[in-house]
Design a protein around this ligand. Structure first.
Ligand code: UGA
Length: 443
């Protein structure tokens, strides 16, 4: 099939590359000239395992192309995906200007039936708004072209994006048009291995499904962080509690890891946007408010532990940080807990020496020449002349370090384990103080 994708961010680029990988002819459109030029040269703007290989392979074979010109792209696509950004407005609601801008462009140039697909995470009711925006332009032009708008949210995770896209758990098709459902069923047929993964529903239910999924996962995390906060006060170890409850299949082991709070481009934004949607229709989403409030506090947790260790005297101290990205296998720093921690440390007069396997460049882009931040080339280099070590992101490379080497390097040997990676006993036996999240020993 001929596919067009508007937006070459995470969702757009991965969707385009995976659709090409499945044998479709894909054209990706973006207004960022530099980005399109780089993509044509095979340079991928983000770090995402496996993405570079499929982009290069499909670009070389002619299955995947990039352009800044919407005209030929709209003429090309039988299915036109909208995968542009929906940044939060100041009040937390999703800003739809880019989505609606693309919808208008489609309406200005569409000359035959196409299925317009919302891939971006958009508030309930957006499919209707996109439909109206396309239709309004067609009316202006006076061309009676038919089209359908479908909500088909994406559920990929950064770090596993290619795998998630090629092998989705479910394919949500939100549409009341049989014609559009038929086209998307055909497009997604090769993604339905072994058994049918497609769930067809109306547009609004599909839009809400996306928010409900992210809000549910964020709720699990905040719930577990709350249990961790109780655990540390009653002398229990949340890691044992986690295993104890995860063994119940109704609860499950996934997304119950306590830590330094959830970040990224999705959970914080989507929980807020859903709260906002609820407020708009006169419902106070108390649970969602609490999920967000717990997470906000949790992002201060590591700073509080470090500050308490130094009895509030952080001026002149140097803190080594392992991990900057909001989670492993990405260089994404959006809403990362490391930012919260570093900014609080700087405010208190401390210096930071940090190592991240992928996110140094992104950190440099965000903070520029920050005198209190030294970005290091290795985990152990970050420890040089540092007082203590804080683990912020659970990269595999940090899982079994040489504790004796860490103790020898630190002036005030202590580990603040923001992701509960280590066994407290093993760390303490190596002569380091151990502070974890909810491990009954952090107060
Ligand atoms: C999330 C969802 O997991 C995807 O299903 C969804 O498609 C995506 O948002 C999206 O809406 O586009 P992502 O933001 O890439 O994916 O990252 P996650 O793996 O979900 O992690 C989010 C945050 O939660 C990270 O900061 C992570 O450290 C934290 N987390 C995760 C925990 O603190 N504890 C856990 O048990 C799991």
């Amino acid at each position: 099939m001929n596919i067009t994708v508007f937006g070459t961010g995470y969702v757009g680029l991965v969707t385009g590359a995976c659709m090409a990988e499945m044998g479709n002819h894909v054209v990706c459109v973006d207004i960022d000239v530099g980005k399109i030029e780089r993509l044509k040269r095979g340079e991928i703007p983000i770090y995402e395992p496996g993405l570079e290989a499929i982009v290069k392979r499909n670009h070389a074979s002619g299955q995947l192309d990039f352009t800044t010109d919407p005209l030929p792209a709209i003429a090309h696509g039988q299915v036109i995906f909208i995968a542009v950004g929906t940044p939060p407005d100041e009040d937390g609601s999703a800003d739809l200007q880019y989505v609606l801008g693309v919808a208008r462009t489609i309406g200005q140039h569409l000359n035959r039936y196409a299925v317009v697909v919302n891939k971006s995470t958009v508030p309930v009711g957006t499919a209707d708004r996109v439909s109206k925006a396309v239709a309004a332009e067609l009316i202006v032009r006076g061309v009676p072209v038919e089209f359908d708008v479908v909500s088909n949210p994406e559920f990929l995770k950064e770090g596993d994006a290619v795998e998630d896209c090629l092998r989705p758990d479910r394919i949500i098709i939100g549409s009341s048009s049989e014609r559009a459902v038929g086209v998307l069923r055909k497009l997604y047929a090769p993604f339905n291995r072994n058994h049918e993964r497609t769930v067809v529903m109306d547009e609004r239910s599909a839009e809400l499904t996306k928010y409900a999924a992210n809000a549910m996962l964020a709720t699990k995390i905040s719930f577990m962080n709350e249990i961790a906060n109780i655990a540390e006060r009653v002398g229990a170890d949340v890691e044992l509690v986690r295993q104890g409850i995860g063994s119940d299949p109704r609860i499950g082991y996934h997304f119950i890891y306590p830590g330094a709070g959830y970040g990224g481009s999705c959970f914080p934004k989507d929980v807020q946007a859903l709260e906002h949607t609820a407020r708009d229709v006169g419902y106070d989403a108390r649970l969602l408010n609490a999920v967000e409030a717990v997470n906000r506090d949790q992002k201060s947790k590591l700073f509080e532990l470090i500050s308490r260790h130094f009895e509030g005297q952080l001026a002149g101290k140097t803190i080594a940080l392992w991990g900057l990205a909001f989670k492993p296998n990405t260089d994404d720093m959006r809403e990362a807990s490391s930012r919260h921690l570093m900014e609080a440390l700087w405010k208190a007069g401390a210096k930071v020496r940090a190592f991240d396997p992928q996110a140094s460049e992104e950190t440099r882009r965000i903070y520029g020449e920050q005198p209190n931040l030294q970005l290091c080339d290795s985990a152990y280099q970050a420890l040089e002349k540092a007082d203590v070590l804080a683990i912020v992101t659970e990269w595999k490379a940090f899982r079994s370090p040489d504790f004796n080497r860490i103790r020898a390097a630190l002036a005030s040997p202590a580990i603040f384990d923001g992701r509960n990676l280590y066994d407290p006993v093993q760390v303490e036996e190596a002569g380091l103080a151990y502070y974890g999240i909810g491990r009954g020993r952090s107060l």
